[in-house]
Design a protein around this ligand. Structure first.
Ligand code: NAD
Length: 399
């Protein structure tokens, strides 16, 4: 019998995880909830079989409470995860949350305090660190071969035709129409934090307008990219994007030390990483000062082979594995609530920085009560509610 009875909230992205959970011998999806589900016709397209279906979160949670649901996967709107995470934890359930963890600084505090108060487990489902090439990079960085880490960079470029952007943005006030370019940073920044095992301390950022996006009818945010710059707690500098409209390769990462560097993406093939040494820092057992290494999921054992079929270069598979390990085997997930809140805060303060000519902001350490108090009432947001009200910040640079 499955030990984790999973409820999925939001069946777009959440639907991708339906079979990933059900294919894990420790998990079973017991309920799904989405206001767009046709419950009366009993899931006309049959995606969710006879799994219980709901359109209202509270009814879904109540069903879960009565039927042993112990894990909620949040894949609802990007900026609305924290309040639902708090509700699920208050109901005694653990939480796996899609990105971003929280839409405001206040919600970062609420989320962290809910985890501490309830003692429930919280995991951010940031999957890019677990893509095949990134796992290989991580292995190399962790081996210490690079020496002192000086610099890391990450890029996540995800553009689309006007039709694609419109399809992903159903409704005038949908989050994708109002999201500033710094906000979706977890795919560019998460892998850097993971590989270097570091936390952001200060952020400054700049955002830039795209002429092409003026033609985009579905969205109000016409910036093409934001570039964020962070001082990390290991002394390293990190430079990364949010989700961009830059005409460049899908994603790329680079970690640079004083002895060697390692990178993926760009001109380097899929599932490959490039390791570079100076001639004078090359170890005796390295023939070349620069070589491309093929990353193979079978390097990661039997589970690696199973990951090969999963989305995002195997990343989605490892999210389920890591979640099971965290809840059933008490293994701390890398993206715990403190790292998750730090990433959301970097996105929000990064945007404040863009609006203030690159002003430098200190990122709260959410383990620290004084730091929490400094942002406890900060509800600034660029996202309007479903009636178009409530946004307190612009979502793009003026042009
Ligand atoms: N990690 C990844 O690779 C990845 C990929 C895609 C999406 N995502 C994340 O997944 C989340 C969902 O994205 P998406 O692409 O599915 O698009 P989306 O945000 O448009 O879909 C959210 C779904 O949740 C439902 N929903 C929202 N609020 C609800 C409520 N109060 N009650 C009932 N249903 C509600 C909506 O009807 C919708 O179907 C976002 O946070 C996004 O960032 C992550």
């Amino acid at each position: 019998m499955a030990l984790l009875k999973v409820g999925i909230f939001g069946t777009g992205r959440g639907g991708d995880y339906y079979s990933l959970f059900n294919n894990n011998e420790n998990c079973e999806v017991v309920a799904v909830c989405d206001k767009s589900l046709n419950v009366t016709e009993n899931d006309a397209d049959g995606r969710f079989g006879d799994t219980a279906k709901f359109t209202e979160f509270d009814e879904f949670l109540e069903y879960g409470r009565k039927n042993g649901m112990n894990l909620v996967f949040l894949a609802n709107f990007f900026h609305q995860h924290a309040p639902y995470a708090v509700k699920a934890m208050e109901a005694g359930m653990d939480v796996l949350s899609e990105c971003t963890a929280a839409g405001t600084l206040k919600e970062c505090v609420d989320l962290v305090e809910a985890v501490e108060r309830t003692g429930r487990k919280y995991i951010l489902a940031e999957n890019y660190p677990f893509m095949t090439a990134n796992l290989k990079m991580n292995e190399i960085v962790k081996s210490g071969k690079l020496g002192t880490l000086l610099y890391a960079e990450g890029e996540y470029n995800h553009s689309g035709s006007n039709e694609d952007l419109a399809r992903l943005t159903p409704g005038k006030y949908h989050w994708r129409a109002w999201m500033p370019r710094t906000y979706y940073l977890t795919h560019a920044f998460g892998p850097l934090m993971f590989m270097s095992d570091s936390m952001p301390r200060y952020v400054s950022a700049r955002s830039v307008h795209s002429k092409l996006l003026e033609k985009n009818t579905a969205r109000k945010n016409c910036d093409g990219t934001a570039i964020l710059f962070c001082e990390m707690d290991n002394g390293m500098i990190a430079r990364f994007t949010g989700c961009t409209g830059m005409a460049s390769d899908y994603s790329r990462y680079r970690v640079v030390g004083d002895i060697a560097s390692v990178e993926s993406g760009g001109n380097i093939g899929p599932d490959e990483v490039r390791l570079y040494y100076f001639e004078h820092t090359k170890p005796a057992d390295e023939k070349e000062n620069c070589r491309v290494i093929k990353a193979d999921l079978s390097d990661f054992g039997e589970k690696g082979k199973r990951a090969a079929a999963a989305g995002h270069g195997g990343g989605d598979f490892w999210i389920v594995e890591n979640t099971v390990d965290c809840i059933l085997n008490d293994k701390e997930p890398f993206f715990d609530v403190y790292r998750a809140a730090a990433m959301s805060a970097t996105a929000i303060l990064g945007w404040k920085s863009c609006l203030d000519h690159g002003e430098n902001f200190r990122i709260p350490d959410f383990r620290n009560k004084e730091d929490r108090d400094s942002v406890r009432n900060d509800c600034s947001t660029p996202f309007p509610d479903e009636n178009g009200n409530g946004a307190t910040m612009p979502c793009a640079m003026p042009y």
